[in-house]
Design a protein around this ligand. Structure first.
Ligand SMILES: Cc1ncc(COP(=O)(O)O)c(C=O)c1O
Length: 365
């Protein structure tokens, strides 16, 4: 019995290898390795896909968030509100600019940032909220946006896991000041290499982000501010150009698999992320929880299913943030999720037989 892993990138890359290699050859012939026409074409395509005016391609999703903070003028003494249950990079971006991440709990059932908690932690120092479309499911953008507007705060979408997810029918990426995407290879839209991007409808931000990623320079060798080398590589841009054409199909296949999991898994020991009516998830991850996590993981493994864990420690309890003095019990829903989460296999190339095997293993426990 072959093991079904949480993620397997081989099938997808075999499928598109010829097309990707053909474009790689063009990058090579043009020696367009850093930024350049292949990145620019992808930026246009991605803006078209997300219905945003601008995309700024960068070297990874963490840089996208970092540059977003800089472009919004966030710095020392400022506070930025984020969910405690996110990948740590959301918090890093705030720390990189010398500001302080302020964590809030997630909703008990849909596991997205809880708007009710946000207002409780707003202070005179709060400058922004970064909402995370966790696991590929949009958070309640309207609710968060209305709090942001009321308190004059910026909203940034962390859409690292949500390329093509829709909120009330609209593709995410244009709801806040900016949205930050990761194109890490394992994402629904992942480069052959590291990459990220920022979408925005604001020309001032676009120009500034363009400069920041390129050594603070608009004109070669003239530097207006301290900048960074965070450009996207040409090979990455080319691979993303090819893959973007397949994204909708891959996302739809994930939606089908999620439907099969929802319909097929009948085990009362298992809890799933609820699907709010506003959300059309792209199921970057299919996470479930159970009180009997350790036993359950062993059971899955002995049935040839190899799950993942996203993420075992919430941000506020990470050693890196010990100085912020959060403690266990501060965010019960995020903590429960961290301690009990199991990510089931989820990628477009899973076969019906594999999905059935996962469902059977889940129900046998
Ligand atoms: C929610 C979230 N934010 C930010 C990032 C950072 O992206 P990258 O790994 O491309 O730097 C990730 C990547 O895993 C993520 O999942």
């Amino acid at each position: 019995m072959s093991t079904i892993n949480c993620l397997d990138l081989k099938g997808q890359h075999q499928q598109i290898k010829k097309e990707v290699f053909e474009l790689f050859e063009k990058v090579y012939e043009n020696t367009a390795f850093s930024g350049g026409p292949f990145v620019e074409q992808f930026e246009k395509d991605f803006s078209n896909y997300t219905q945003t005016k601008y995309t700024i391609g960068v070297n990874n999703g963490t840089s996208a968030l970092h540059l977003a903070m800089l472009a919004l003028g966030i710095g020392a003494g400022d506070e930025v509100i984020i969910p405690a249950n996110t990948f740590i990079a959301t918090a890093w971006a705030i720390s990189y600019v010398g500001a302080t991440p302020v964590f809030v709990d997630c909703d008990k059932d849909n596991w997205e940032i809880d708007p009710v908690q946000i207002e409780k932690v707003i202070t005179a120092k709060t400058k922004a909220i970064i909402g995370v479309h966790l696991y590929g499911m949009p958070f309640d953008i309207d609710a968060v946006l209305s709090i942001a507007k009321k308190h004059n705060l910026f909203l940034v979408e962390d859409a690292a896991q949500a390329q093509g997810a829709r909120y009330k029918g609209i593709t995410v990426g244009g709801f806040g000041e900016m949205a930050c995407f990761s194109f890490y290879p394992g994402k629904n839209l992942g480069a052959c290499g590291e990459a990220g991007g920022i979408t925005t409808n604001n020309e001032v931000y676009q120009k500034h982000l363009n400069s920041l990623r390129n050594h603070g320079s608009m004109v070669r060798y003239y530097h207006d501010e301290v900048g960074f080398n965070m450009r996207m590589g040409g090979l990455e841009g080319a691979s993303l150009q090819v893959k973007l054409k397949y994204l909708e199909g891959w996302n739809n296949r994930r939606r089908e698999i999620a439907k099969m999991y929802h319909a097929g898994i009948k085990n009362t020991k298992i809890k799933m992320q609820t699907q709010p009516q506003w959300a059309d998830s792209i199921y970057h991850l299919f996470v479930v929880t159970t009180d009997e996590k350790d036993k359950f993981v062993k059971h899955l493994q002995s049935n040839g299913v190899n799950p993942g864990f996203h993420y075992p420690v919430p941000c506020h309890l990470q050693k890196a943030y010990a100085h912020l003095n959060y403690k266990k019990g501060d965010f019960p829903h995020s903590e429960y999720l961290a301690a009990h989460c199991i990510s089931l296999p989820m990628y477009a190339e899973l076969t019906e037989e594999q999905v059935t095997r996962v469902i059977e293993a889940m129900n046998k426990f």
